[in-house]
Design a protein around this ligand. Structure first.
Ligand code: COA
Length: 260
């Protein structure tokens, strides 16, 4: 479909989802949020997808935020629904049973940074700019930004970004722990694909167990978190992949994980 706000492609276990509104710097309107929600649901279900790469179309932006033109006319109850729609998408991504990499190819502002932060790994071009500029619109983040940034980078960085509204460059974002890696813009695609290819051949159930344990651990006390980890660890011993991984190590060969 040519007028879809996103594109989805699949190759070698890697599902690539691209927000495709480059003329609006890939701003997230309601239709885009819904299309992304659907696409991530399909990626979760599709046994051929081992890893998802999320990016924005064009050379300028990952996503420059929620769509300000669409938001401007919202009544409070509609705004609440819009926020819930965004939060529902972010939660779906964060709790996806497969790793999601945000390939941050330019501006990641407002809802764009919130979207990137819901992903499991973030790799940014050295030209990227990241921030929560909602304060400049008389707003606050509404897709989980105050909460995820707090958990990712701590209180000082969260208050700096959200109160002052100024974006940071990729190098500063790396320093603050907001992104995992920064690479030259020209290498972003190659470096992201290297990461994706590594994850595409990793043991899917162990990836899932790791994501689950980290998600659960982020929301509970240490005792509960440790218990959850122990249960997941035990569960791994029921998988063919665990047998294959340990056997391959002992036989000095590369493992071939099947996801069973
Ligand atoms: N919502 C809706 N449209 C947006 C948008 C957003 N968040 N961000 C950019 N756009 C649109 C612009 O309105 C413009 O559309 P037009 O050509 O129809 O007028 C187009 O994208 C290009 O943006 P423009 O502002 O002309 O590019 P720029 O290079 O001068 O500036 C930014 C780039 C990112 C600094 C600037 O677009 C910006 O500040 N965007 C809003 C960021 C923001 O506040 N996000 C949080 C929203 S809650």
């Amino acid at each position: 479909m040519t007028d879809s706000p996103i594109t989805v492609s699949q190759q070698g276990g890697i599902c690539r989802i691209t927000v495709n509104r480059p003329d609006k710097l890939n701003a997230l309107n309601a239709a885009t949020l819904d299309a992304l929600h659907l696409a991530f649901g399909e990626a979760a279900e599709d046994p051929g997808t081992r890893v998802v790469v999320l990016t924005g179309a064009g050379a300028k932006a990952f996503v420059a935020g929620a769509d300000i033109a669409e938001m401007a006319g919202l009544r409070p109850t509609d705004a609440r629904d819009f926020s819930l729609r965004g939060q529902r998408l972010m939660r779906r991504i964060e709790t996806l049973p497969k790793p999601v990499i945000a390939m941050v190819n330019g501006f990641a502002l407002g809802g764009g940074l919130e979207l990137a932060m819901a992903c499991h790994l973030r790799i940014a071009a050295d030209t990227a700019k990241l921030g929560q500029p909602e304060i400049n619109l008389g707003l606050i983040p509404g897709f989980g930004g105050t909460q995820r940034l707090l958990r990712l980078a701590g209180r000082a960085a969260t208050l700096e970004l959200c109160l002052l509204g100024a974006p940071v460059d990729a190098a500063r974002a790396l320093q603050l722990g907001i992104v995992n890696r920064v690479v030259a813009a020209a290498d972003l695609e190659t470096e992201t694909m290297k990461l994706a290819e590594q994850l595409a051949v990793a043991a899917p159930l162990a990836l899932r167990g790791t994501l689950d344990a980290v998600n659960v651990g982020g929301e509970c006390g240490i005792e509960e978190g440790l218990q959850y980890e122990t249960a997941q660890f035990g569960l791994m011993f029921s998988t063919d992949d665990m047998r294959e991984g340990t056997r391959a190590f002992l036989e000095r060969r590369k493992p071939a994980f099947s996801g069973s």
